[in-house]
Design a protein. Sequence first.
Length: 166
Amino acid sequence: MTVSNSAYLKGHFDASRAIGAKVIASDFAVEFKGFENMWLLCKQFPWPITSSQGEIEVPGPLGVVVYQPQQIKVAHQGQLSLLETVAGSVDQMLVNMIASGGVFDGTVYEGTPQKYLRKKSFVDAFMQMDDPDRDWENRSQVLQFSGTIFYHYFGDTQAGNSADYR
């Protein structure tokens, strides 16, 4: 038997709306220090969050187990995708990053670098990129470089310069 009468559903709707509008996953930009002009080519980036690294299992008498949190997770990693240009901008950026030591800092924005709700700074990042596929039959997709970015995030979040980045 369902309990979804209109008044009940309206209450959930109102409670959900009171929390605020939901963030859209596409509304982000990331800048790599020294390569700030490349932010328009980053298609995918792992949004940094602060959380525990996991659990510590603490044994107790009679086989009881309790958990407590580990240290805060500061070493992060995730999928990164960059869109290549005809001029080979991403390829050259990767070469320049390696030539300058391969490690960089950056900022990820909720919005764009010009207008954003908040921004998060990360440090000591590096990328492990997979070889991109070229395919004679694929005439409908931009060449994409994908891989994993490794970085450190210590909870550095700053308020934005805009209430609406659209």
